[in-house]
Design a protein around this ligand. Structure first.
Ligand SMILES: [Zn+2]
Length: 344
């Protein structure tokens, strides 16, 4: 099979499309013929050698992918060859106390497709049967590859961890990314009022079209915390959804009301940040960390994907052979939503 693999850690030049043996599904595994792979910032971290748990190259990158079942290993029930599926990037042991009690995101053996082993920039991947999710018919493979992890993350952050209630005000910081654009839709689906930040007129319009009630252009209004206060009559937002990191987290904290919560995951602008603890303490603000969602949360939002309430936002589609260019697009200021590769 063909796969876009890295030959070593480094820049885009380490990519090559090569022929490697198609994996054989072992007992309990399914072989998926991938039709689309979506890109994730984690892919770039692995390529650059900044993810210490990754195996030594050569390695196939890619956390997110969708396609159809091509073969079944022994002892696999409930799936048939040809069924459309999307890969759940989380790989858990399935046996520990946390896994058995529905807290699989706390599994001590949690690993990720494309980070701890070969990923989705390939024609085929073999995964444990609990590592695939049957696809709603309404979505194509590009949308599914682009959607699952972004909504898993946004749902986990807003619905599960921040417990957003109807009529609360949610600030979504940096709404042009895959997760944050999903968060705008999830917050609206939960009945919240949404204030979002992004940059440039074109993106402001796109974020508004996702359902945001107010959009702040941080190029023209860098002190977005002040803008959030003005928009909320001086009170502040109930929740700030923070995925940017050092560049914005201080202002995210400043943006929430007394007793508000800042729910965070991701820190691509820097994971070390200085926060004024007196603001955090005196205003009784909760800082809520997030990492991965559990399997049951997928079943909570999948109906909203199937009925179009949640619509994955795709920035651009690239062929598998252009994996390096596709990754470079992640850092383009023009990017809006997920970057996807199509796998012929
Ligand atoms: Zn486990």
């Amino acid at each position: 099979m063909r796969a876009a693999r890295i030959s070593g850690f480094g820049g885009p030049e380490v990519f090559a499309v090569t022929d490697i043996p198609t994996p054989e599904p072992t007992a309990g595994e399914v072989l998926v013929r991938l039709r689309a792979a979506a890109l994730n910032r984690a892919d770039v971290l692995v390529r650059e050698g900044r993810f210490p748990e990754a195996p030594q190259p050569p390695m196939t990158l890619g956390v997110e992918g969708a396609g159809e079942v091509a073969a079944l290993g022994a002892r696999v029930d409930g799936l048939t060859v040809g069924d459309r599926v999307v890969v759940n990037p989380m790989r858990t042991c399935g046996e520990c106390e946390d896994c058995r009690n529905g807290r699989d995101n706390a599994c001590a053996h949690l690993q990720f497709v494309g980070e701890h082993f070969d990923g989705t920039y390939a024609e085929y991947i073999a995964v444990p049967v609990r590592g695939v999710v049957p696809s709603p018919d309404a979505l194509d493979d590009h949308q599914l590859a682009a959607g699952l992890l972004a909504y898993m993350t946004a749902w986990h952050m807003l619905r599960t961890r921040a417990a957003v209630r109807p009529d609360e005000t949610v600030l979504v910081v940096g709404a042009g990314s895959g997760v944050a654009s999903a968060a705008v839709q999830v917050a609206k689906a939960l009945g919240a009022n949404v204030i979002a930040t992004t940059s440039g007129e074109r993106k402001v319009e796109r974020v508004r079209a996702l359902g945001a009630d107010e959009v702040i252009d941080y190029r023209t209004t860098p002190d977005f915390d002040q803008a959030v206060r003005r928009l909320t009559g001086g009170r502040g937002a109930d929740i700030a959804h923070e995925t940017v990191g050092n560049a914005t987290v201080r202002r995210s904290v400043q943006s929430v009301r007394h007793g508000g919560r800042v729910v965070g995951m991701g820190s691509h602008t820097g994971r070390l940040a200085e926060i004024d603890l007196s603001v955090l303490y005196r205003r009784e603000i909760s800082l809520i960390g997030c990492h991965a969602s559990n399997r049951a949360e997928i079943d909570e939002f999948l109906p909203l994907l199937a009925d179009g309430t949640l619509t994955p936002v795709i920035d651009s589609v690239h062929p598998l052979a252009h994996a390096a260019e596709a990754q470079a697009r992640l850092d383009s200021p023009e990017r809006f939503g997920k970057v996807v590769m199509t796998i012929e």
